[in-house]
Each structure stands twice: as C-alpha cells, then as structure tokens.
Design a protein around this ligand. Structure first.
Ligand code: NAP
Ligand code: SF4
Ligand code: SF4
Length: 379
C-alpha cells in the first residue's frame, strides 16, 4: 500500500480508502448487507494496508454503521481511522447533534470518531448549522477527545464550497466528488486546489462516478480511445490512477461491492503515486474524457457566464443532468435527479426566451432550444 499526505494533518492515509455505501447485498436489497462477505472484504483491505474506513448514518438504510462497528471488532478498530458523518438533513436543533453523534458512537462501538464530517453540506445545511452553533458543539467534542478531526462532505455549486471552506478556520479536511469527468462540477478541480492550498486534506468520493467510469464495455468511441493507450489497464484503474497522480488528492474512497473490485483497487493503489503517470498516459485520459464528452448533447462547459437567468432557470445545472443522463444512458436516473435537484420553478420550462443567456454564452450555444430538448427528455 502507498500512503499519502493529507493537508496539514499528522496522518498518512492509505491511497485507497474503503467507502461503506455499496457493500454486497442479499437479494439486491439495500438494507440487507451480506455480512460475511462484507466482513471478508473490509478486513482483507485493512490487512493489505487500507487505514481509512468511511461510513455514514443513512448508508444501507442505517445498516452500514452498525455493521462497520461489528467488522472493526477483534483488533481492527485500532488499525484504522474511522470516518462517519452528521446527517445534516435530519438535524433541526442543537440537541439533535448530541442525539445523532451519541447514537453513532454506540452503533460503531467506539468512544471516538477519527474523522467526523458534516454530511452533504449545501447552502441550506450550512445556514442551519451556523444558526445552531454547530462549531461550539464540535469543538466541545474535540476537547473531550470524541472527535479527532472535523471536516465536511459537499454537494452544491463551487461558490458555496468556497464560502464554507472560508467560513470556518479550523476545518481539517473535506470530502468532494471528483473524477476525470467531474473536474468542473460542484467543488471540482478549483475546489480541490483551493482546499489543498489552505492545508485542508481532501478525500475524493465517487472516483469512478459511482461505477460509470468502470464499465468494461463502454460506448464504442470510448473503447477506441482506451485502445490507443500504452498500458492495458481496465477503465477503473485509469480513473483511479488519474486521481492518485495529483498531489492535492489525499485519499481516494471507493465503494467496492465485490472482493474482485477490492483486489483490483488494492493492486492499483500499490502501483500509484503522485506524478507517476507519463505524458502519454495523461493524454489517454484526456482522449477518453473527450470521447465521453462527445456523447453529450450539449457542449456546455459549466462556466456559468449565462447566470443569473432573469427567470431563475438553472441553465448549467440542467445541462449537466441532461448530458449525464444521455451519455451514460440513464434517462430514469436523470429524471429523478432533475425532479429532486432542480426546483420546479427553476426548471427548463420556466424559460421565457428573452435571449439574454445566449448573448453571454462563450460557446455560442442555442440555449433556448437545448433547454426545450432537456425538458422534453427529463421532465
Ligand atoms: N459524503 C457524501 O455525500 C458521499 C456521497 C457519495 C459517496 N460517499 C462515500 O464515498 C464512497 C465512494 O463513492 P462511490 O461508492 O460512489 O465510489 P465509486 O468508486 O465512484 O463507485 C463505486 C462503484 O464502482 C464500481 N467499482 C468499484 N471498483 C471497481 C472496479 N475495480 N472495477 C469495476 N467496478 C468497480 C462498483 O459498481 P457496481 O457495484 O455497480 O459493480 C461500485 O459500487 C462511498 O462508498 C461513500 O463512502 C459519500
Ligand atoms: S432565454 Fe430563457 S434561460 Fe436564457 S436568460 Fe432568458 S429566460 Fe433565462
Ligand atoms: S454560458 Fe454557455 S457554456 Fe457557460 S454555463 Fe451557460 S450554457 Fe454552459
């Protein structure tokens, strides 16, 4: 296993961390984890040097934390840094913080959490946490030794990330969605670099875009881009190595669902290193990214020059959902994300065709027409 730097923290995380959100299931039911197999996988990863285990209150409908607590018995707890998260969407008042945190210590059978995150921060959750003085609470837990390091995971637009990062002086680490297709999405590459410059460790989640970058039979154009590569790596390894190549990346969390994936990712991690990719290998990833992007219906770069739309239409966010759904052939998922992430009054059909955005778009996109297409596909 290779170990890496992690912001200003005196801890060297393994290049690969174990994300406990996609553990093997019985009969495809999310809340029925195959416990013997999950135990074998997680303990094997730890035996091979993985020293960071990530779970959270809602994973596997609440079953992940208690299971991780059981798996880390027999001396395994002492071998790892344990990360879990405050379920931000369930917290309403300051007393809730103690309630969830104490339950988590019990579920995980531990007296402290090494890396504690405020889960899925966005503007709304951030405002709520400030109003209930979450940092007074967290600093007390840290003084009592119950939390060793405080961080947050993030799902919102970059300006919100910047606000949160700069809104508290003592963050130790953060967790962001980042992979070679999501360099300009949410915190993105800008967020990664900004955190690293401030000495904040960065944990990468969704390194394989939830598995989409690991499929072994991608569309033909993507396959072709891989076929020109000098190395015969599987798609998953290309995606992971691209991350490990970057000095700002602390550790990469993968949610592995089979022992085979654990083995492959452990092997990849042992081959990894900062700046270890050759220029040709970096070019392969660029070509692969371009071939995926060629499948996207809208060549939007998410620059946001078109915002704010006077009618409130969330133009780049809508195009991102539309592009993802078409590229990865996931219309159903795209529809669900469109409904949950874009408020009805800000969806594409709120466009009144004033044309302001088209004048501002550096890509000269026919935004009005594309919005109609997107709404037809996702609405
Ligand atoms: N804080 C948050 O808001 C948040 C959000 C998302 C994730 N997370 C955390 O971050 C972790 C990582 O995110 P993620 O689970 O989305 O990671 P990911 O690595 O992008 O996706 C995991 C999926 O990729 C596939 N996979 C993994 N290794 C593979 C390999 N070698 N070959 C082929 N397929 C492979 C598997 O898909 P199949 O099961 O389809 O085979 C697996 O379920 C999560 O487990 C969770 O702990 C946190
Ligand atoms: S054309 Fe539509 S999307 Fe563009 S600024 Fe006007 S209302 Fe907004
Ligand atoms: S200005 Fe154009 S490229 Fe930029 S986010 Fe808006 S639609 Fe996308």
């Amino acid at each position: 296993m290779n170990y890496r730097n992690f912001g200003n923290i005196d801890f060297k995380p393994s290049a690969l961390g174990f994300g406990c959100m996609r553990l093997p299931q019985l009969e495809g039911e999310d809340n029925r984890i195959d416990e013997p197999e999950a135990t074998r996988m997680i303990r094997h990863a730890i035996d091979q040097g993985v020293n960071y285990i990530d779970t959270a209150w809602p994973y596997h409908q609440g079953e992940s934390e208690p299971l991780v607590g059981r798996i880390l018995q027999d001396g395994y707890r002492e071998k790892v840094a344990l990360a879990t998260k405050m379920p931000s969407w369930l917290v309403e008042k300051s007393e809730d913080l103690d309630h969830f945190f104490n339950s988590q210590l019990e579920r995980l059978q531990t007296d402290h959490i090494d890396f504690y995150l405020l889960h899925a921060l966005n503007q709304g959750h951030w405002d709520k946490y400030l109003s209930i003085k979450v940092f007074d609470w967290a600093e007390k837990q840290m003084a009592d030794g119950k939390i060793r390091h405080l961080g947050f995971s993030f799902h919102d637009e970059f300006p919100v990330f910047e606000r949160i990062l700069k809104g508290y002086d003592y963050w130790d680490f953060c967790q962001i969605q980042y992979n070679y297709m999501d360099t300009n999405y949410q915190a993105g590459e800008r967020g990664l670099k900004m955190a690293a410059e401030r000495g904040i460790g960065v944990v990468v989640m969704e390194p394989l875009k939830g598995g989409k970058l690991a499929i072994e039979e991608p569309p033909q154009v993507v396959k072709q881009a891989f076929s020109k590569a000098v190395k015969d790596w599987k798609p998953a390894e290309w995606a992971l190595q691209w991350l490990w190549n970057q000095p700002e990346v602390g550790l990469v969390l993968s949610g592995m669902s089979t022992m085979e994936q654990v083995e492959l990712n452990l092997q990849s991690a042992s081959r990894s290193g900062v700046n270890s990719l050759s220029p040709e290998e970096v070019q392969t990833i660029k070509d692969v990214r371009q071939s995926w992007q060629g499948l996207a219906p809208v060549a939007c770069t998410h620059c946001e020059y078109c915002l704010p739309c006077p009618s409130g239409v969330l133009i780049p966010q809508i195009f991102a959902i539309y592009n993802n759904a078409v590229m990865y052939d996931q219309q159903g998922r795209g529809k669900r994300v469109y409904e949950s992430d874009i408020p009805a009054e800000r969806q594409a059909d709120a466009c009144v065709e004033c044309g302001t955005c088209e004048e501002l778009c550096p890509q000269n996109l026919t935004i009005i027409e594309y919005l109609k297409d997107a709404h037809q596909y996702l609405g």
